[in-house]
Write a protein that binds this ligand. Structure first.
Ligand SMILES: Cc1cc2nc3c(=O)[nH]c(=O)nc-3n(C[C@H](O)[C@H](O)[C@H](O)COP(=O)(O)OP(=O)(O)OC[C@H]3O[C@@H](n4cnc5c(N)ncnc54)[C@H](O)[C@@H]3O)c2cc1C
Length: 328
């Protein structure tokens, strides 16, 4: 393990995709005296099991849309910059509209997104079927297609950002947990850790679903709560191509993409289930949550009906992991 430095300009708490991205971008802007402290191993929180959708369409915020566009470009350029793959595949993305309200909403969103530089186009149900032949399209009104979007590998992206940050001078240390933030007269002066103290000018809390607990120790309220988040992966489907675009259908609560020859069906069910409201366990690492089949089956059936062949093949994995959300 790298020795813990006694001082750093910036300490970043957490080695998920957000923590290493903060470190990478600080070094990019000339701040290289950065130390990332990860409690266990890079990506071990929620990053390792993300589905990896890389989508620029859909936001009604200019800032968020700019960040999405920037991120897509970043994932495309990082391999050349760092020698580490990101798994970014610009297979395209289609959001489908199955009723008039959604059609109206997506027409407005796509006009705004085009204004922000996202090359999104309305396509017909027949064109949706051409691009994703396994989808049921007879009940759809339209699709909204971004050819340059797609998917990335969240672990590879994290490793590429970590490599880029290290190459530019940042230090990343695994196996060290931050136990508190030190302050003098209300000003942050560093962190205490399981391996000693570090004096720092800035401390960035990138502890993901643990961020609320870490903030609480310093009297800072961070409104984040973990909830169950699901995807199902089917057995191999020979007619499913890895080059099919990612398909999203909010009216059936699902998104769909190829995963090692099978279909990944990701779920955004309308009523979610909070996870560990009393506190996220300190030792949770590369962890899974036992899936609640009874609660999820009605949603799953609805989502699977969008790609009917998924109802005819076996289930390889029904995955449930925590993801933290800000309650609204
Ligand atoms: C099933 C599923 C599918 C998803 N699909 C997508 C998707 O398609 N696209 C997308 O953009 N997002 C997706 N997400 C969301 C995505 O996974 C998260 O938004 C992202 O991983 C959050 O990254 P993070 O760095 O904030 O958190 P984490 O990856 O959880 O990182 C936080 C890190 O902080 C460390 N840590 C915590 N406390 C301390 C401490 N005191 N000291 C030191 N280290 C500490 C933890 O060990 C952890 O490694 C999905 C999530 C799930 C569950």
């Amino acid at each position: 393990m790298t020795d813990l430095p006694s001082t750093a300009r910036v300490v970043v708490v957490g080695g998920g995709i957000v923590g290493v991205s903060v470190a990478y971008h600080l070094t990019l802007r000339g701040v290289s005296d950065v130390v990332v402290l990860e409690r266990k191993q890079l990506t071990c929180g929620t990053t390792w099991h993300a589905a990896g959708l890389m989508v620029t369409f859909g936001s009604t915020s200019e800032t968020s849309t700019e960040m999405r566009k920037y991120t897509r470009d970043l994932y495309a350029r990082l391999p050349a910059e760092t020698g580490q793959a990101t798994g970014f595949k610009p297979v395209g993305f289609i959001e489908v509209a199955g009723d008039r309200d959604r059609l109206e909403e997506y027409r407005r969103v796509s006009a705004f997104n085009r204004h922000c530089g996202v090359d999104v186009h309305e396509i017909s149900p027949a064109q949706v079927e051409d691009l994703f032949p396994l989808a049921r399209t007879d009940d759809l009104l339209a699709g909204f297609y971004v050819k340059e979007d797609g998917r990335a590998d969240p672990v590879d992206v994290t490793m590429a950002l970590a490599k880029g940050a290290r190459l530019a001078g940042a230090t990343i240390i695994e196996g060290v947990a931050v136990t508190g933030v030190t302050r003098q007269r209300g000003v942050v002066t560093g962190v205490t850790t399981t391996a000693g103290d570090i004096e720092a000018e800035y401390v960035v809390n990138c502890a993901g679903m643990w961020a609320r607990q870490l903030g609480q120790r310093s009297g800072v309220n961070i409104p984040l709560q973990a909830a169950e988040h699901y995807y199902l992966i089917t057995e191999k489907i020979p007619s499913l191509s890895a080059s099919f675009p990612v398909l999203e259908d909010p009216s059936s609560y699902g998104y769909f993409r190829e995963e090692v020859g099978g279909l990944m069906i990701g779920m955004f069910e309308p009523v979610c289930a909070p996870w560990k409201v009393g506190g996220i366990p300190d030792d949770f690492s590369f962890g899974e949550i036992p899936p609640d089949w009874d609660r999820m089956t009605p949603y799953l059936e609805k989502a699977m009906a969008r790609v009917p062949i998924s109802l005819e093949v076996g289930v390889k994995k029904f995955f449930c992991g925590p993801e933290s959300f800000t309650p609204t």
